[in-house]
Write a protein of this length. Structure first.
Length: 190
């Protein structure tokens, strides 16, 4: 992984923002490629990840055992604010050194896990709501490394589904999606 995590998160946040803002309230009950979440549940999960990984960057614990409902008031604007705070948290001097969280994972790996959610789950949202989404190429290179490194453990912990075959001529991002158990060609109604 060559780029600073904060730079990769910033690039992901810029791409995530229009997708989140493009979700219509009427789409909140729609299904997503991430089978355990509808659009509302996925947005709440994303908010919780963004807030939790701010805490992890600051060497605090994050509680992922329950997910509050973040979709009150002007939640779209709040998502932009929270992703900005996430980027700043991971830009702090020395943040990518040592270990983070209760699993004592390397700090850079933890930051890349936030990048994974902010990229793959934004794709989930875009697919579910009929929006376009193009991830950052450097971020995808980093995520390819992360998925290869963490895939077996993530599948064992039920964070990833069983890998799916990538379609013929798959892009690097489609390979990441397939490695996390997603159908890269998923469409609503699948």
């Amino acid at each position: 992984m060559s780029e600073k995590i904060s730079d990769l998160l910033a690039a992901a946040a810029v791409r995530a923002d229009p997708v989140v803002r493009g979700v219509d309230d009427g789409q909140l009950p729609a299904g997503t490629p991430c089978a355990e979440y509808d659009v509302r549940g996925l947005l709440n999960h994303l908010f919780h990840v963004v807030v939790g990984f701010q805490a992890l960057a600051a060497d605090k614990e994050a509680d992922f055992s329950t997910t509050p409902d973040y979709l009150e008031g002007n939640w779209r604007e709040r998502f932009t604010t929270e992703t900005g705070l996430l980027v700043r948290a991971w830009a702090a001097p020395g943040v990518d050194e040592g270990t983070k969280g209760s699993m004592s994972l390397p700090a850079r790996t933890v930051g890349a896990m936030a990048l994974l959610d902010l990229t793959v789950h934004i794709w989930d949202l875009a697919r579910a709501t009929g929006q376009d989404f193009t991830p950052d190429a450097e971020g995808i290179r980093t995520l390819g490394e992360l998925v290869t490194q963490m895939g077996p453990t993530a599948r064992q912990m039920k964070v990833f589904g069983d890998p799916r075959p990538a379609p013929e001529g798959a892009t690097p991002f489609e390979e990441v999606l397939a490695s996390t158990g997603r159908d890269p060609r998923w469409t609503p109604g699948d």
